[in-house]
Design a binder for this molecule. Structure first.
Ligand SMILES: *Cc1c(COP(=O)(O)O)cnc(C)c1O
Length: 499
């Protein structure tokens, strides 16, 4: 299997090279050159397997320049019961006859990013050996809150790598911030940026594209790579859990093999839902992919109109990991839908960069409407959903998952479609406990309380236990105190690396 850039500048790249580079030199994203197909009987086989076996089965189809032994090594190091706290790794919870929740947040940092970032460092270290890389890899990360911690945790003390994370200073929850600034490990750095996620992401992209800096870096024995979802090594592990959820539904006799199901995905950078799209293209019986947004509803508008317009106010919401106006992974979908024609993709990305807006043609728009349905959720609806789900089912969801549930309700009302549906749950309710406590117990319960008091309230009142990774976070020493402006990100990196 070879990979190519969505901008057409590079072809015939092996997965190890694509994972090591992160982003293609022409600014494009790597995608597989050929399709991978599974039959129904292949999918049925998965239901008798453990999560790890399912992962090996799917991953080896895409990263076939890794030996099966190497893939097993990665999978069994990443997805352990001790890190994920449960045997199933990504369990499916039955909410009612029609709706299942795919819990993707059992990993060490309590958000779905762990599903990919626990395994990416293993892919990367092997990629360096396979490609004879002698330089130390510097992972630059821009985060809306969850990726940063998951990357720090995944890469800490991994030889031959360094991580520098940039997060929006006022754009993350207190728990998220403390998770990052208290991170231990000899090779990790986190820096607060005075700006929002898009500022941090643009800053990182500019650093990646800086040739002069790149060559200075090289002469000092470093090389940049990315752990954002633009890296194929992040995307491919996410395909696994869509198959795994389907296999579990067969196993639990919720569906018959071949029955179509819907997936709802709370979406920001379009990585998670893109993995579901790849699963569908591979033959997983999926009816609709439902793209759920918060008030930053640029994707809702795009899917409904074919116009991607980022020229709008950036809103800080209760689901901050989805506060994004530039959904990078959409570029991969567009490249797939143009049947790998890079010319229009280049044009649209150029227009996005210069004017902040582009319009896809009618064929592409039609293809998108066939695959996706999109909706968004306001702040009050988010809180209301958390409350209703708790009152009706005794099940506690975080703000991002609540966006998914609310958009699913809107989908059912609008379409009448009663196909069984799996909603991706992307974070533990403990990670966004402030909103969750307010939603369920009212403003009074949250008055004069810190997020750490609220962890206790949530655990006690709802009878659920506080995840290991969040306990005692407020008592840990702050090790990373750097704050910088958008324009100083480059010099921060130079300072950290001693360039
Ligand atoms: C990152 C994140 C999302 C958005 O996922 P994308 O792959 O960027 O679309 C949603 N919810 C949570 C909790 C996240 O951390």
């Amino acid at each position: 299997m070879f990979y190519e850039s969505t901008r057409g500048g590079l072809k015939s790249v092996l997965s190890a090279e694509a994972i090591k580079k992160g982003i293609a030199p022409d600014g494009g994203l790597f995608v597989p050159e050929t399709n991978v197909k599974l039959t129904l009987s292949d999918i049925e086989q998965l239901s008798g397997m453990s999560y790890q076996e399912r992962a090996v089965y799917i991953l080896k189809l895409f990263i076939d320049d890794y030996s099966e032994e190497e893939i097993k090594d990665c999978v069994y190091s990443a997805y352990t019961k001790s890190k994920f706290g449960c045997e199933e790794i990504a369990p499916v919870y039955k909410l009612n006859e029609n709706v299942h929740i795919l819990e993707l947040w059992h990993g060490p940092t309590c958000a779905f990013k762990d599903m990919a970032l626990q395994i990416l460092p293993h892919f990367l270290v092997k990629a360096m050996n396979k490609t004879g890389e002698k330089n130390e890899i510097v992972i630059l990360v821009a985060t809306s809150g969850d990726t940063g911690k998951a990357a720090l945790e995944g890469f800490k003390d991994v030889d031959g790598t360094r991580v520098v994370v940039f997060f929006p200073n006022k754009g993350v929850s207190e728990v998220q911030r403390l998770q990052m600034v208290t991170q231990e490990g000899k090779n990790v750095h986190s820096v607060a940026v005075e700006g929002n996620f898009d500022d941090a992401q643009s800053g990182v992209k500019t650093i990646f594209g800086d040739d002069e800096l790149g060559s200075r870096l090289n002469s000092k024995g470093y090389k940049f790579s990315s752990a954002n979802s633009i890296n194929w090594g992040r995307l491919v592990p996410q395909i696994v859990y869509y198959f795994s959820a389907y296999a579990d539904l067969i196993k639990n006799k919720e569906i018959n093999s071949g029955d179509k199901i819907n997936f709802v995905v709370p979406t920001g950078n379009f990585g998670n839902i893109l993995a579901a799209y790849y699963a569908k293209e591979m033959g997983l019986p999926i009816n609709k992919l439902i793209c759920a947004s918060n008030d930053n509803n640029v994707l809702t508008d795009f899917i409904n109109t074919g116009v991607y317009d980022r020229n709008r106010e950036f809103k800080k919401t209760l689901s901050p990991s989805m506060d994004i106006l530039i959904s990078s992974n959409l570029e991969r979908l567009l490249f797939e839908l143009t049947e790998h024609d890079a010319a229009p993709v280049r044009r649209w990305m150029e227009e996005l960069k210069t004017k902040g807006v582009y319009t896809v043609d009618a064929t592409i728009k039609k293809a998108i409407s066939k695959l996706f349905w999109a909706g968004y959720t306001s702040e009050t609806e988010t809180l209301k959903t958390i409350e209703c789900v708790y009152k009706e089912y005794g099940y506690v969801v975080d703000t991002h998952t609540a966006v998914g549930i609310d958009v699913y309700d809107k989908y059912v009302i609008s379409t009448g479609d009663m196909t069984k549906t799996v909603i991706a749950s992307t974070a533990s309710p403990f990670k966004f406990n402030d909103s969750v406590v307010r939603a369920i117990f009212g403003e009074e319960a949250a008055k004069n309380k810190t997020e750490f008091d609220m962890l206790e309230i949530l655990a006690k009142e709802c009878g659920i236990s506080i995840p290991q990774g969040l306990k005692g976070l407020d008592k840990k020493e702050v090790l990373h105190k750097s704050v910088c402006s958008k324009s100083d990100m480059k010099s921060k990196v130079e300072g950290i690396l001693g360039l």
